[in-house]
Design a protein around this ligand. Structure first.
Ligand code: AKB
Length: 315
């Protein structure tokens, strides 16, 4: 069957790479990129782009009507750090954007919906290591609260209305193509840019702050593998734990030093508000359910992702 795919929030860190990969698989004309920010390429002579605000239900309705998508990816969101600066907007965008899409997907009988969750669903009383799929979850950021509530809505629409909605709890995503968008894990991207530009980096997270991370290539591959998995293999309709690698700023710096021997790492003298968010998140994730259900296996370890980041940023 020919797929028609709509990606809402296409110009962010994930969307930029997901759209490219989906267009490679399904063809340019079958993947519609939608965002409130216009892309920096020529829209008239390129694959389809639509200006869409996911909070405007009429506007999204127009997209469903025009393209009759078989798959919809909803990526538009405010992340952990920017969410804390504007909690009400974060709740509105992260929650009402999702409900708008779930309702329209039912109305237009969209075959599959994808919506990303995050390790931000865990909180200060969650375990710290190898967090299981189902453990205490008491997020204390508005981003985490909205992601946990969104997961419950996804499962609800699946169980009540039979909507085939799929989701992954992303860790911090490391990539070089598009800038990250206001997260707590963004230091792990900034460090590469500064290592190449200045030979030094000042981290806003403290030494010893270990967090789950993943290279974008793995994240995109895993996302598409989940969407391609047969529906009867999907046992989690809230959101799958998804693991890659875990490291602290100093471990990452030591890896970078293997390629840039003079690279130095320091830390901000004032405690950054993002530290408190990082402290509430786990160090590592148990993703055995994703491995069992749809054969998830990451390919990039710390050494491989460091080499790939540095090689691509040098170009
Ligand atoms: C963030 O730091 O907010 C995101 C995330 C882990 O969801 N990268």
């Amino acid at each position: 069957m020919q797929e028609n795919i709509v990606v809402l929030g296409s110009n962010g860190q994930i969307g930029t790479e997901l759209v490219t990969m989906l267009r490679k698989i399904y063809g340019d004309d079958h993947v519609v990129a939608c965002d409130i920010r216009r892309p920096d390429y020529d829209i008239k002579n390129s694959a389809p782009f639509e200006f869409v605000n996911v909070l405007d239900k009429e506007m999204i309705n127009g997209i469903f009507k025009k393209y009759k998508p078989t798959q919809v990816y909803l990526l538009a969101a405010l992340l952990s750090a920017t969410g804390e600066q504007n909690p009400k907007l974060a709740w509105d965008l992260n929650m009402n954007g999702l409900l708008n899409v779930l309702d329209l997907a039912l109305e237009y009988k969209t075959a599959k919906v994808y919506w990303p969750s995050s390790i931000a669903v865990f909180g200060p009383n969650s375990p710290k290591d190898n967090n299981s799929q189902y453990c205490v979850m008491d997020p204390n950021t508005v981003y985490g609260i909205s992601k946990l509530a969104g997961e419950r809505w996804c499962e609800y629409y699946n169980q009540k209305y039979g909507l085939d909605v799929r989701s992954i709890r992303y860790p911090g995503l490391i990539s070089w193509k598009a800038a990250p968008g206001g997260g707590t894990t963004d230091y792990a991207i900034h460090i590469f840019h500064d290592a190449l530009k200045k030979g030094s980096y000042q981290s806003f997270l403290n030494a010893g702050t270990e967090l789950p991370m993943m290279y974008m290539d793995d994240a995109i591959r895993g996302t598409i593998e989940l969407m391609d998995a047969p529906a009867d293999k999907i046992t989690v309709r809230s959101s799958y734990n998804f693991g890659g690698v875990s490291f602290t700023p100093e471990v990452l710096a030591a890896e970078i030093r293997k390629h840039i021997p003079d690279f130095t790492l320091s830390y901000t003298s004032e405690t950054d508000p993002r530290q408190q968010i990082a402290n509430s998140w786990p160090r590592s994730i148990d993703d055995s359910t994703a491995a069992k259900d749809w054969n998830w296996k990451p390919e990039f370890d710390l050494s491989k992702l460091t080499i790939d980041m540095l090689n691509n940023l040098k170009k």
